[in-house]
Design a protein around this ligand. Sequence first.
Ligand code: FMN
Length: 368
Amino acid sequence: MKIHWFLPTGGDSRDVVPEGPNAHWRPPTNEYLAQIAQACDDLGYDAMLTPCGTACEDAWLATASLIPLTKRIKFLVAFRPGFLSPTLAAQMASTYQRMSGGRLLINIVTGAEPRELNRFGDWLDKDARYERTGEFLDIMSNALSGDPYDFDGKHYRVAEATTREVPEPRPLIYFGGASPAAEQVAAEHVDVYLAWGEPPSMVAERIERMRELSAAKGRTLTYGIRFHVIARPTSSAAWAVADEMLAHMAPEAIEEAQADFSTTMSEGQRRMAELHSGDMGNLEVHPNVWAGIGLVRGGAGTALVGSYEEVADRICEYHELGFDEFVLSGYPHLEEAYWFGEGVLPILRNRGLVEGVAERSANASTFR
Ligand SMILES: Cc1cc2nc3c(=O)[nH]c(=O)nc-3n(C[C@H](O)[C@H](O)[C@H](O)COP(=O)(O)O)c2cc1C
């Protein structure tokens, strides 16, 4: 099992909504991002996921700046394939692998919201965008193989696509997208299929379908799931943090977010918003799975909330469903990386699910 953390390249805060007296907004400076990446490097997380979009820093550049400041942690760089030539993307990935000692993973984001896509000059409709993503991944993967690749498709025509040297290792391709067109592309082209943290009842059938679709293409995928997390020594301490976060969500902020989600073109976002429909009442949609974050935040909207043991148990439950990778985060990202990394990671290591040494020997400071 792999456990990843999130690099908040759009900024960080103590509350989900970054405004307000309790939020203590932290801008995504190189120094602050380095603190989080170094903490995660030390705590034993596998990689840092970055977001991509107007609201955050560019993921290639932000993570590249952290390579010399970290030792082993990988970077799961998100980008939108429509905005780059696939051969150039292969070249960037190839260079990144050499400059970082093989620490690149790629997250392909096809994108859903027209306003955001139009801003970058992308006007294709959704099915065409996914079709283009498929062609892009075909070219990028082949360009990384060492054999010059010719391709003549609907969206791209390239001749002898290749890079200076074959990267070692070839970066794994991650991918999120819940619509039928997304599932088809994932089944054919990607290594790791990512879902936002839906309750097991919703996500189990998706894994089942993805297994069938990829098997039909003679492929086997790895599955990853994205959650926020609030893990504390006791359940009540964790829920107290969640309750406080909820108390800091202004009704206007919830209304504004619901109005925004109601027009989303993203199937994944629609499924996240459906978990609560803006209702602050029943937010524990499965034991220890709290939909409160999604009241005001787009994208990943659920958190694993509970004691260290409860959160570890829940991760095991999702692991049994078929998820081998967990992409986690929490507000603020530095402190929550420690809560989970010191509280839950050792339990997962003791259960033999995560590599690494569970216990660190402590030396009490003494002058004798
Ligand atoms: C784990 C995960 C991370 C994602 N990260 C981003 C992101 O950084 N930027 C973005 O615009 N969309 C992101 N997405 C959204 C999808 O990549 C996809 O483009 C969107 O959900 C539309 O697809 P759909 O309608 O097929 O669900 C992410 C999705 C998942 C599951």
